[in-house]
Design a protein around this ligand. Structure first.
Ligand code: ADP
Ligand code: MG
Length: 348
C-alpha cells in the first residue's frame, strides 16, 4: 500500500511559476528544477525553437550571443502569463525535465499565483498547465506558500507576516490560525526596479541602456538603505542625443534615487497590510516581525529599509530565492496539515 501511495505522490508537482524563475518540487525528492522562465523563439515565426536548447537555462545561455533571427523572451510579465502558447511550451519542457521516473498518470500540479491575479489570468494558468500535460491544476497564493516556506507558524493563534519580492510582483500577507487576515499584492518587483533604472539613466544621464544592463547594475550596486561603504559601477549605453555609445559611472546613492518609486510602492503595501490587520493581532507583529523572501529580498539592506519605514522588525530568509517553492512543496506533501483551501481547475 505504501509503495502505491508514494508512486501516486511521485506524479504530483509543486510549481513556483515565477516571472523570473520557475522552480519545481516533487514530494519525497525535494526541489528538482530551478530555471529561468525564458524561451528562445525564432523572430519571424513567434515559434519556440526546435531542439533541446529553447527553454530555461539553455535558452538564457543564448542571450547576448543569439543570431539576429533568435529572440529570448519571457512568457510571464508582472507575475502573470503574458504569452499563453510560450508558457505552455515552457511548462511542457519543465514537466518532462522534472519527471525522474515514468508517471503512470498525468501529474496533479500545485501552482503558485500572486494575490493580484484576475479570474482571466487564473484561467490562463489552468489552461497552460493542462495543455502542458497536467491532469489537475491547483492554485495556491504566493504569500501563503512563501510564509510556509520560510517556516512561519501560519496555523498558530498568533500573527505572522511575510513579504515576498519577486521579479514581477510583491506579495505581503499576515497569517493567523491558517488564514490570511490581511494582504496586499502589487505588480512591482525586480523588473519594475530595473525599468526605473532605465528611466533614471535616460533622464539624468541621457543614456539609453537595456533592461539587462539595468539589472546588472542593480545587482552590482543596488541598495534600499544607505550603505556603510557606498559603491559605484560603470554602465554602458547609447547617448540619447548623439546616438553614440558612451559609458557612465553610477553611484549606489544615485541608484537608490532611481529605485525610490518602486521601493515606496513596496513600503506602502507593507504599511497597508499592517493597517488592515486587526489591532490585537497587529501587536504580535512588533514581537514576531516580518520575514522577507523572493529574489528582491537580496537587494542590499532591504531588511533595514523596511524595518525603519514600517516599524516592523524584518529579517531575510536564508534562502530567499527558493522559499516559495519550498513552501509549495510542503503544501503538496501535507495538504491536510495546512488546512489549505486550494482552488482547483475542476471547480471551474
Ligand atoms: P520570481 O518569483 O518573480 O520569478 P524571484 O523570486 O526568482 O522572482 O526573484 C527574481 C528577482 O530577484 C529578479 O528581479 C532578480 O534581479 C532579483 N535578484 C536575484 N538575486 C539578486 C541579488 N543577489 N540581489 C538583488 N536582486 C536579486
Ligand atoms: Mg516568486
Amino acid at each position: 500500500m505504501l509503495a502505491k501511495f508514494y508512486s501516486l505522490l511521485g506524479s504530483d508537482l509543486a510549481i513556483d511559476l515565477g516571472t523570473a524563475n520557475t522552480l519545481i518540487g516533487v514530494p519525497g525528492e525535494g526541489l528538482v528544477l530551478n530555471e529561468p522562465s525564458v524561451v528562445a523563439i525564432a523572430k519571424d515565426s513567434q515559434r519556440v525553437l526546435a531542439g533541446g536548447c529553447a527553454v530555461g537555462q539553455l535558452a538564457r545561455q543564448l542571450l547576448g550571443r543569439t543570431p539576429q533571427s533568435i529572440r529570448v523572451v519571457r512568457p510571464l510579465q508582472d507575475g502573470v502569463i503574458a504569452n499563453f502558447e510560450l508558457c505552455e511550451a515552457m511548462l511542457r519542457y519543465f514537466f518532462r525535465k522534472a519527471r525522474r521516473s515514468r508517471w503512470r498518470t498525468k501529474p496533479r500540479v500545485l501552482v503558485t499565483v500572486p494575490g493580484c491575479i484576475t479570474p482571466v489570468e487564473k484561467r490562463a494558468v489552468y489552461n497552460s498547465a493542462h495543455r502542458a500535460g497536467a491532469r489537475q491544476v491547483l492554485l495556491i497564493s504566493e504569500a501563503k506558500a512563501a510564509a510556509i516556506g520560510v517556516g512561519l507558524p501560519v496555523s498558530e493563534p498568533v500573527a505572522c507576516m511575510v513579504c515576498e519580492i519577486g521579479g514581477g510582483t510583491t506579495d505581503v500577507a499576515v497569517f493567523s490560525l491558517g488564514d490570511e487576515v490581511a494582504g496586499q499584492s502589487v505588480r512591482v518587483g525586480g523588473d519594475a526596479m530595473d525599468r526605473a533604472i532605465v528611466d533614471y539613466l535616460k533622464r539624468t544621464y541621457s543614456l539609453r541602456v537595456g533592461i539587462s544592463a539595468a539589472e546588472q547594475l542593480r545587482l552590482e550596486i543596488g541598495s534600499a538603505y544607505p550603505l556603510a561603504n557606498e559603491l559605484a559601477a560603470e554602465v554602458r549605453g547609447i547617448d540619447t542625443a548623439g546616438n553614440m555609445p558612451r559609458k557612465a559611472v553610477i553611484t549606489s546613492e544615485e541608484l537608490r534615487e532611481a529605485l525610490a518609486d518602486p521601493l515606496r510602492t513596496i513600503v506602502d503595501a507593507v504599511k497597508q497590510t499592517i493597517d488592515d490587520t486587526p489591532i490585537d493581532l497587529a501587536s504580535d507583529l512588533v514581537d514576531n516581525g516580518m520575514v522577507l523572501c523572493g529574489g528582491g529580498a537580496l537587494v542590499r539592506s532591504m531588511d533595514r529599509f523596511l524595518s525603519e519605514r514600517t516599524g516592523v522588525p524584518t529579517r531575510i530568509d536564508e534562502e530567499p530565492l527558493t522559499a516559495t517553492a519550498r513552501g509549495t512543496l510542503v503544501c503538496l506533501e501535507h495538504a491536510d496539515r495546512w488546512r489549505l483551501s486550494l482552488e482547483s481547475s475542476d471547480d471551474n
